[in-house]
Design a protein around this ligand. Structure first.
Ligand code: UD1
Length: 346
């Protein structure tokens, strides 16, 4: 019998790509999503790519009675990959309680239901934001590097959730968990059938960049060129979303196949390479042949100067490695933007 994975936030950007990889690896996928920041039509996209339509329940994970009905309906569930969360850094500063409620209550509800329904594996969508700005001698940052005070309520919810999961696993709960700390996920599925669809004006670099390249936005602002980096712009570790999706399959397999003796394990999921905003813009121009209108603007409040990951543990222990280049990821993001235009979506 196929193993069944509950994917919360499965119609979102990373969740949809992960659902595709899970189905293609032979898992039965049940998606739970409240559709607050995604579209039901993503299910058609997943079906078009995989020829399998995942089960779907429009449920908010903070709604315990509704969530429990999902656990009852789809028994037995083997593992959970928990993406469902609010994720806009700026909004979290304005509406902190929304973030604390959504991001912690949903995690607590899922964990509480797991022992009752015999669910063994929990994969949590964490972020390199937990490292804050690592000291220079801690770059590239390792899983054992110190976590810093969060720069935003959003970032704090990731730290708190990591602690909730860890404390629960260590309390003797009959579950195992893996915390995946993602660096900056970018790109879209190579078919351009699913991708990132931000609401309104994008806050993140890649959707803003591709929307500028296609003429929806006039000009991309590079937030700062006076940082202590070789070209003065910020440095990040940009990870192709399909590679990131595959890391989730590796993680869930690690627990379900009994390969892990840890109650909780942590992996950085990135490429191991730091790339500056200006380098990224030039790579985009080179690999798409599109000239980008950009200007240097002031620093963005709360930005980290530079962070990239040491991914040895994911490579060696998880047996996962990012295989796509920055060019692959940027070309796929551009193909996706062109597809949105072709389909009249934007
Ligand atoms: C942020 C969060 C991260 C979160 C992610 C998803 C922090 C420190 N990081 O990542 O935890 O998971 O958002 O929402 O809070 N940039 C520009 N111009 C733009 C947009 C961005 O120059 O118009 C630059 C930024 O200064 C940054 C880089 O591009 O250097 C990436 O920015 P972004 O895509 O917003 O991601 P992060 O801020 O790294």
């Amino acid at each position: 019998m196929k193993k069944r994975i509950l994917v919360t936030g499965g119609t979102g950007f990373i969740g949809s790509h992960t659902s595709v990889e899970l189905i293609e690896s032979g898992y039965d996928v049940v998606i739970v999503d409240n559709l607050s920041n995604s579209n039901i039509e993503v299910l058609n996209g997943i079906e078009e790519i995989t020829h399998v339509r995942p089960a779907f329940e429009q449920v908010d994970c903070t709604d315990m009675p509704a969530l429990e009905l999902v656990f009852q309906k789809y028994q037995p569930i083997d593992g959970i990959i928990h993406f469902a969360a609010s994720k806009a850094v700026g909004e979290s500063v304005k509406e902190p309680l929304k973030y604390y409620r959504n991001n912690t209550v949903s995690t607590i509800n899922l964990l509480e239901l797991m022992p009752k329904y015999g669910v063994k594996a929990f994969i949590f969508s964490s972020s390199c934001t937990v490292y804050g700005q690592p000291d220079s001698d801690n770059l590239p940052v390792r899983e054992t590097s110190p976590r810093k005070d969060a720069e935003s309520p959003y970032g704090n919810t990731k730290k708190i959730d990591e602690d909730i999961v860890t404390d629960f696993c260590n309390s003797g709960a009959p579950i195992q968990a893996i915390l995946l700390r993602y660096f900056n996920p970018i790109g879209a599925h190579p078919t351009a059938i699913i991708g990132e669809l931000p609401n309104g004006v994008p806050a993140n670099l890649i959707p803003y960049l591709t929307q500028t390249a296609i003429g929806i936005r006039e000009c991309l602002s590079v937030f700062g060129d006076d940082y202590d980096t070789p070209d003065g712009s910020c440095i990040r570790d940009y990870i192709y979303v399909v590679d990131l999706a595959k890391a989730h399959v590796a993680a869930v397999e690690r627990i379900l196949e009994g390969k892990s003796s840890e109650k909780v394990d942590i992996f950085n999921i990135g490429t191991g390479n730091g790339v500056s905003v200006l380098e990224l813009i030039h790579t985009f121009e080179r690999c798409t042949g599109v000239k980008l209108n950009y200007k240097i603007a002031g620093r963005r409040a709360g930005d980290i100067e530079k962070v990239w990951g040491n991914v040895d543990k994911a490579n060696q222990v998880l047996g996962w490695k990012a295989t796509h280049t920055l060019e692959d990821a940027l070309s796929s993001a551009w193909k996706w933007q062109l597809k949105l235009r072709e389909d009249g979506i934007m």
